[in-house]
Design a protein. Structure first.
Length: 271
């Protein structure tokens, strides 16, 4: 079975569909949209065909969200789109651009990140078969398993930031105004902060990982992502005794910023 399509993707798709008020019948469209936008960072500058495909995807998403917002204006519900339409910032409603930005961000981060977290958890179970029995015996360890998975197999491999002023980083000059790609995956293996960083250590002590960011750009949906993963894993450990990945080469999402398998063939063995 393909673990991504059978288990990892449907969970956040269903939850975000309920939160945002999405049309569940468009699940395959959602899959293509998230893949296109998350892979955009890895598109070559000369790949005009792929860039055109991604541009059309953005237009499709904009049209879908515009129609959804128009529908909520006519008939508000209890979903996030309706809440955003009624929101006020210093007495002002959100502009159309701000509304679209919120919906794009919530849609992409809510679906893709959690999908990868659940998929990466399955890979960790396959690499470390001793973990499933431990979590089954002590479910209080599940949150710690999730945090170590986020460090060990980060779903956000990198993030882009703008350097505000001239800086020197490890002997390299970074001019102010430069766009910088910061490797969160590399930071998660920094031996200064994560001794034995190439090992998965359940119950690891020390500083937190940076997978969800830091400071004012800390992930807005962090609590939901952790909750989704915890509920999924609680069901998982109660029913699955062993996981085996049935491929020698993982088909990774082509992206500089997100990290997760597009497909993950697995065989599951019951408890």
């Amino acid at each position: 079975m393909d673990f991504v399509d059978a288990f990892a993707r449907p969970i956040p798709t269903t939850i975000m569909g309920w939160i945002l008020g999405l049309d569940a019948s468009l699940e395959q469209h959602f899959k293509r949209w998230t893949h296109d936008l998350m892979s955009l960072s890895a598109v070559r500058p000369d790949d005009t065909q792929r860039k055109e495909e991604c541009r059309r995807t953005v237009e499709e998403m904009e049209q879908y969200f515009k129609e959804m917002l128009a529908d909520r204006r006519r008939s508000p519900g209890d979903d996030m789109a309706s809440q955003l339409l009624g929101a006020r910032v210093e007495g002002e409603v959100l502009t159309e651009r701000e509304l679209m930005g919120f919906l794009f961000m919530l849609f992409l981060a809510g679906l893709e990140t959690t999908t990868h977290l659940i998929s990466q958890s399955a890979r960790v179970f396959a690499m470390h078969p001793e973990l499933l029995p431990r979590l089954r015996e002590n479910r209080a360890l599940i949150p710690r398993f999730i945090e170590e998975t986020l460090r060990y197999e980060p779903v956000a491999a990198a993030t882009m930031r703008v350097c505000l002023q001239d800086a020197m980083v490890d002997g390299v000059e970074v001019p102010g105004g430069s766009l910088v790609l910061v490797s969160l995956a590399s930071a998660a293996r920094d031996e200064k902060y994560f001794p034995d960083g190439d090992r998965f250590i359940l119950g690891r002590e020390g500083p937190s990982h940076l997978t969800f960011g830091h400071g004012p750009h800390f992930c807005l949906g962090v609590m939901l992502a952790r909750l989704d993963a915890r509920v999924a894993l609680e069901e998982w450990v109660s029913q699955v005794g062993r996981v085996e990945v049935r491929t020698e080469r993982i088909d990774w999402l082509p992206s500089l910023v997100a990290r997760g398998p597009r497909t993950l063939p697995v065989e599951l063995f019951p408890v």
